[in-house]
Design a protein around this ligand. Structure first.
Ligand SMILES: [Zn+2]
Length: 260
């Protein structure tokens, strides 16, 4: 069985004391790849370093909407340079967040548009963070979709079925996190189970959003297995089959090549 954690933040302080062990747990759990996600110019550079030193780790570079107003002059140009590095497989995370309200929405929008434009230019997929901003995110994606199909993913998807449907129609993937394992999110799990087999991904968003039974603790990539198990049960398919599907999807979207 193989699994890929398509979204983790391995460069965060939470992993500083024992990252080697976290990576070992991931391998023991059957993970063959982890994509570590940059949130600032510095975090993107750290993510690339991690990917360079760990065969099964890949990097995404970008500026998270919650860090958009902290970004310094020149940070975006750093991202435009980092994007050319080997093992960079995606852009983001980007998107909009009205829950935390850390950056003015127009600044978040500006960065979101930049990621989308860079995605078109480089052919790399973009990773969308959407929190309490579904209408605004859809508006931007809809405009982008007028130019052509969207090569991206809604990460830790928890939007409405209609939103999911529209994103799928535009060519995007939906990625599900430990949130689908929480009892209160039964509807979200049922919706995830209806996501087409060729567009579904799993992720941890570690160190956040630990799945049941680790909820409330630090999350780590190995725990993607619990999320996959919940999804497999909801879809009525063996874990092996679900793992195969989601792994193939992740390889296709992020163009992961097998590295030994
Ligand atoms: Zn994230």
């Amino acid at each position: 069985m193989e699994l890929i954690d398509t979204h983790a933040h391995l460069d965060e302080d939470a992993f500083a004391p024992d990252l080697d062990e976290v990576l070992l747990h991931a391998e023991q759990a059957g993970l063959t790849s982890i994509i570590t996600i940059g949130t600032t110019a510095a975090s993107s550079a750290r993510s690339i370093e991690l990917a360079a030193s760990t065969p099964f780790v890949w990097a995404s570079v970008g500026i998270h909407p919650n860090y958009a107003s902290e970004a310094h002059h020149g940070d975006w140009e750093i991202i435009e340079t980092l994007v050319r590095e080997t093992k960079v497989v995606a852009l983001g995370e980007t998107g909009l967040d009205k829950y935390w309200d850390f950056a003015p929405l127009d600044v978040q929008r500006q960065y979101f548009s930049r990621h989308l434009a860079l995605s078109r230019e480089t052919g790399l997929p973009f990773i969308v963070h959407c929190r309490d901003a579904e209408d605004e995110v859809l508006e931007i994606l809809e405009a982008a979709a007028k130019v052509g199909p969207l090569n991206g993913v809604m990460h830790s998807f928890c939007g409405s079925e209609e939103t999911g449907r529209r994103c799928l129609d535009w060519g995007m993937y939906l990625s599900f996190s430990g949130m689908i394992t929480y009892k209160k999110n039964k509807e979200l799990l049922e919706m995830a189970a209806r996501c087409p087999d060729d567009r579904i991904l799993v992720e941890t968003d570690a160190p956040y959003l630990a799945p049941t039974p680790h909820r409330g603790k630090r999350n780590e990539s190995a725990f993607v297995k619990q999320t996959a198990q919940h999804l497999a049960d909801a879809k009525g398919m063996p874990l092996d089959e679900l793992s195969y599907l989601t792994t193939e999807n992740a390889r296709r979207l992020f163009q992961l090549t097998v590295v030994d």
